[in-house]
Design a binder for this molecule. Structure first.
Ligand code: ADP
Ligand code: MG
Length: 380
């Protein structure tokens, strides 16, 4: 407002802010939420809520300690618990519609849920399921324990009662950044191929630096990898990661650029079998492969070469960003042209070749071609 110069109004505003803060807490901890919390306490999931770790637009996160009769699972039960409480106000959930629309798991009534409580419960459920999928798929993420209505109970990532910092706030030496960059790319690849998810809000805000590794959090909006907007979300996730590591390291960390990161995440194979990609050994193997991809970049010998390389990368990325990326063979723009490109060995001109399984180098091409051909006929 235009009255900021008046000292009285400053006091008023402070007062208002105070009120707003109180309102925020009351809004999260409405009567029903408090009932849910006491039910969880009765079951022994946690005893007391210690303090608030974060107040976000859609949820608050609290630190809690386990009760006396802790549940048997997960074993061992974490010494500290994070309790995420989703706000039951509908305001911010409108913008989330696009994430849920087109997702088959949520078709049939859910989207049109007029009941904000239901809507919010849905997000909490989704976060529970997605976090489970991450952990099962070998991605570092908090272990989820329980979800009830708008309350999610999970492992607390921290030391004692101090929460681990977000990547944004973490103090990390430049020498450690390349390793974390690699881990994150491996996590994104696993998320896509093993968990069949795209984070859709991945950035230094939703990654925690915990125990020397990167942990992924905040996945209530994550989408199935075949969601109509999955590829758009993935592209901006990739861009955020790319930008963060460039910015944080002052350009010192080598990154793949958006287009090649895309390949690294989405390509069916980067030279390993699915079994070889699993577990800690799999992560190391993927990190080795990432190194060869990074080394494959033209060596920047002179100043000119650097300019040319990063310029080339920027052009590559710009082209990539404006390209149309079909999600399935059914969406291939001109199948006949594409099959022709493949036949004449120019398949690399197809940005999406790795995605749709069109690549012929690995001997699966015959099938893909036949499929694409059939598609072409069907369209003709
Ligand atoms: P939102 O961004 O929707 O408010 P997040 O899931 O990103 O919700 O959580 C908000 C913040 O709470 C995070 O940035 C992080 O600092 C903290 N946080 C969330 N989950 C945990 C956890 N399991 N352990 C420690 N801190 C957490
Ligand atoms: Mg967040």
């Amino acid at each position: 407002g235009g009255v900021a110069a008046n000292p009285k109004s400053v006091a008023d505003r402070a007062n208002q802010k105070d009120k707003a803060d109180r309102a925020t807490h009351e809004q999260v901890l409405d009567a029903r939420t408090r009932l849910v919390l006491s039910a969880l306490v009765n079951r022994g999931y946690f005893s007391v809520i210690e303090h608030c770790i974060s107040t976000g637009k859609e949820a608050n996160v609290y630190l809690a300690f386990p009760g006396d009769n802790v549940p048997p699972e997960p074993s061992p039960y974490p010494p500290t618990i994070a309790v995420k409480i989703y706000r039951t106000s509908i305001l911010n959930f409108r913008s989330r519609k696009s994430y849920i629309e087109g997702e088959h798991r949520f078709r049939g009534g859910y989207t049109s849920a007029k009941n904000p409580r239901k809507m919010v419960r849905l997000w909490a459920e989704k976060e529970l399921r997605n976090l489970r999928r991450l952990v099962q798929g070998g991605v570092r993420a908090p272990v989820v324990i329980e979800q009830r209505e708008n309350v999610l109970v999970m492992e607390f990532l921290g030391q004692g009662s101090t929460a681990s910092p977000r990547l944004k706030d973490a103090e990390i030496s430049n020498s450690k950044l390349p390793r974390l960059y690699g881990e994150l790319l491996v996590a994104m690849r696993r998320m896509f191929h093993h968990c069949h998810l795209v984070h859709a809000d991945l950035s230094e805000y939703n990654i925690l630096y915990h125990a020397g590794h990167v942990y992924i959090i905040d996945v209530s909006q994550s989408v199935e990898h075949d969601h109509p907007s999955a590829f758009d979300f993935l592209r901006s996730d990739i861009r955020n990661v790319e930008d963060f590591f460039q910015r944080r390291s002052g350009g010192e960390v080598r990154t793949l650029g958006i287009r090649r990161t895309w390949s690294f995440i989405v390509d069916e194979s980067v030279g390993l079998t699915p079994e070889e990609e699993q577990g800690d050994a799999g992560e190391d193997r993927l990190l080795d492969i990432l190194k060869t991809w990074l080394d494959a970049e033209p060596e920047a010998a002179a100043g000119d070469a650097v300019a040319a390389t990063s310029e080339q990368k920027a052009v590559d990325d710009a082209v990539f960003f404006s390209s149309y990326i079909p999600r399935s063979l059914g969406e291939v723009y001109d199948p006949e042209r594409d099959v022709e490109l493949l036949r004449s060995g120019q398949g690399d001109k197809l940005i999406y070749a790795g995605v749709t399984g069109l690549q012929i180098a690995d001997g699966k091409g015959g099938e893909a071609e036949a499929e694409a051909g059939a598609e072409a006929e069907a369209k003709a």
